[in-house]
Design a binder for this molecule. Structure first.
Ligand code: NAP
Length: 340
């Protein structure tokens, strides 16, 4: 590895993984100038195989290989152990969330053991194994950045950490899941559940397996990560209740108009952290109602920075991939000795 580059392995070549490579191909020079390192994709993986990317291959080649349905065009297939033993600097997890998070837990622990930093958009390992993973990484001086796990491209964790440093978070209220709200909106205007999901998939908002989103599970995973990262909890998914679109009465969807949304609320009340996620009615003057269903955003109440409202006008896999890239760039700056 040349000291001017960072070697990364990308697990997952779906909507987010491909957009990550696209951003590198279109903004590689800017990224290198901004963080002082060239990002080198050394390995790429999908559900079928993990391949070592031949250094002569371009970003365009990586995208073409995925489009052709065969990553092996890029180089030899390898095992996860070989990836982790290869001297990569960062493991990027943009793969589908597993139900129990165990696959990711094992991979992340092995990466941490080998001194590899991790950037993840995949929520499962953190929503299910926070208490095992975060201290394990911290004790070993390994960074496990996860900005993209919640609210796509809208900064939450980096914003609170780097821009609200002196403050304690007292309350968080947010719309942090796109798919469920997007599907609800379409159903309100008469589209069937199935057609609404299909549309969400077409524009890259819904994952191939959309059930996590529509069942409320995806929102619940995000809520757990928020409670842990912003309020110092060590919760797991089993600690919270959630519900999904199949449980919402179709008449209720029509009757309540756009006030019915999937949202998350977490607050610190008399030393206790209260957590809720699910479908509910927002007040007509609620800031969250100003967000269109293609957007994500939140309101955070702090002791010193007051109440802050952060949102996007539009969110999707490109914006999520950009949040993943930003975490990679933070690590690149740190690798240069410039602590962020
Ligand atoms: N889409 C968003 O805007 C967004 C926002 C925030 C967070 N996320 C999270 O980011 C991750 C990726 O989302 P996405 O929209 O890109 O999903 P996606 O389009 O469904 O892509 C998932 C990718 O993961 C691959 N994969 C599945 N199992 C794997 C395994 N065991 N090892 C390696 N790769 C595996 C899939 O392989 P195949 O190609 O072979 O199917 C696919 O390439 C998910 O965890 C999601 O929850 C997404």
């Amino acid at each position: 590895m040349s000291s001017s580059s960072l070697k990364v392995a990308i697990l997952g070549m779906g909507n987010v993984g491909q957009n990550f490579v696209r951003i590198l191909s279109e903004s590689g020079n800017h990224i290198k100038e901004a963080c002082g390192k060239e990002i080198e994709v050394s390995f790429a993986a999908d559900s079928r195989e993990i391949v070592r990317v031949d250094p002569r291959r371009t970003y365009y080649d990586i995208l073409s290989a995925k489009k052709a349905g065969d990553l092996r065009i890029l180089g030899e297939t390898v095992t996860m152990d070989e990836v982790l033993a290869s001297g990569i600097d960062i493991l990027i997890d943009v793969s589908s969330a597993s139900k129990d998070g165990n696959r990711e837990l094992q991979i992340f622990r092995s990466a941490i053991d080998r001194g590899i930093d991790i950037v993840t958009a995949n929520k499962s390992p953190l929503a299910l194994h926070w208490a095992e993973l975060i201290p394990y990484a911290e004790e070993r001086g390994i960074r496990l950045l996860h900005e993209a796990t919640v609210a796509g491209g809208v900064p939450v964790f980096n914003f609170v950490k780097y821009s609200c440093g002196p403050s304690k978070v007292l309350k968080f209220r947010g719309i942090v899941s796109l798919t469920a709200n997007f599907v609800l909106k379409m159903m309100r205007s008469g589209t069937s559940f199935g057609d609404a999901v299909k549309k969400a998939q077409e524009i890259g908002v819904a994952e191939t397996d959309y059930t996590d989103d529509t069942s409320g599970l995806d929102g619940a995973r995000k809520t757990v990560i928020l409670a842990n990262a912003l309020f110092g909890k060590a919760m797991s998914l089993k600690d919270i209740k959630y519900s999904g679109i199949p449980e919402v009465d179709p008449d209720e969807i029509k009757r309540n108009g756009d006030r019915l949304r999937l949202f998350t609320e977490i607050s610190l009340e008399k030393g206790q952290v209260e957590v809720s996620t699910g479908f509910g009615l927002l007040d007509a003057d609620d800031f969250l109602l100003t967000l269109p269903e293609s957007a994500l955003g939140y309101e955070v109440t702090t002791d010193n920075n007051g109440i802050l409202r952060v949102s996007s006008a539009h969110d999707g896999p490109r914006e999520t991939a950009s949040a993943v890239m930003n975490d990679v760039m933070i690590l690149a700056r740190e690798a240069k000795g410039n602590k962020v």
